[in-house]
Design a protein around this ligand. Structure first.
Ligand code: IPD
Ligand code: CA
Ligand code: CA
Length: 259
């Protein structure tokens, strides 16, 4: 099987982004996967399009996609697909969401692309070659002090029912920094770190398709990306992430309480 190119992933995310953009102002059919974990008909339309293209152009691929789960295939060619990251924003007509596709070859993330169709921002990365926003190279911020940093985080869908809700961490870090934002799209959060818009991002409960692509974008832009225990394998369960410039990463990690 041949591997995809970065341009091919960009084409897939751009075309799926058109589906999201065209559906954006319509009334959505919302169904619930959990009390506050929802999905719209546009998540499904975007995912159906992406899986159709991957299966047509790279048949036999192993695919992990948010809405349809795992399509078993050749593990040397693994895809991570989030057809709409930021679906709560989308369903409330808040224009902060994206399409995210990661491709791993022989167990290593090789390509990552995150496309924001409302701003026409294409974040892309290739292992060892770099990360770009609309073809301009990306570089993380050099901020290394918490008090000079602006951070972003997110909260799990079961925050109503779990002690691991990240709220204490949010309060603690908010009092040590310029602020902590909550945009509602983990993929854009990590890409904004890559772009130097945020100085750091952490989240304590995620799925591989949320950050497989954006994590590579951040790494290739110079960020240190680990799980909250400092382990470089941030895609294996129990999944979590810290993405920040090398000088700031450990300072965020030291302040997180994880029990
Ligand atoms: C969610 C978003 C959100 C994060 C959640 C994710 P979805 O993904 O990335 O920012 O806090 O943990 O599940 O459901 O919008 O694809
Ligand atoms: Ca997601
Ligand atoms: Ca999603």
């Amino acid at each position: 099987m041949t591997s995809p190119t970065l341009q091919e992933l960009e084409r897939l995310t751009r075309d799926a982004g058109v589906i999201l953009r065209e559906g954006y102002s319509k009334e959505h059919q919302v169904s619930f996967k959990g009390v506050i974990d929802l999905v719209t008909e546009i998540d499904h339309a975007s995912e159906d399009f992406l899986l159709g293209e991957i299966n047509k152009c790279w048949p036999g691929s192993h695919i992990m996609a948010e809405e349809s789960g795992v399509t078993k295939g050749d593990a040397d060619h693994s895809w991570y697909v989030d057809p709409l990251d930021g679906t709560v924003n989308y369903s409330h007509h808040i224009p902060i969401f994206c399409v995210s596709i990661g491709y791993a070859h022989k167990g290593f993330m090789q390509l990552g692309v995150v496309y924001d169709p409302m701003r026409d921002e294409m974040f892309s990365s290739e292992r060892g070659r770099g990360a770009w926003l609309n073809e301009k190279p990306l570089q993380v911020s050099a901020v290394s002090e918490l008090q000079k940093s602006l951070l972003v985080t997110g909260f799990p869908y079961d925050a109503w029912n779990t002690p691991h809700d990240n709220f204490d961490n949010f309060v603690r870090l908010a009092k040590l920094t310029q602020g902590v934002r909550r945009l509602g799209s983990a993929a854009l959060d990590a890409c904004y770190v890559a772009a130097g818009r945020f100085d750091g991002f952490w989240e304590i409960s995620l799925k591989p398709w949320d950050v497989a692509a954006a994590g590579l974008v951040a790494e290739e832009a110079g960020a240190k990306v680990t799980n909250v225990n400092g382990n470089a394998d941030y895609l294996s369960p129990p999944q979590s992430i810290i993405a920040a410039g090398p000088g700031l990463h450990s300072k965020i990690m030291e302040k997180l309480i994880l029990d």
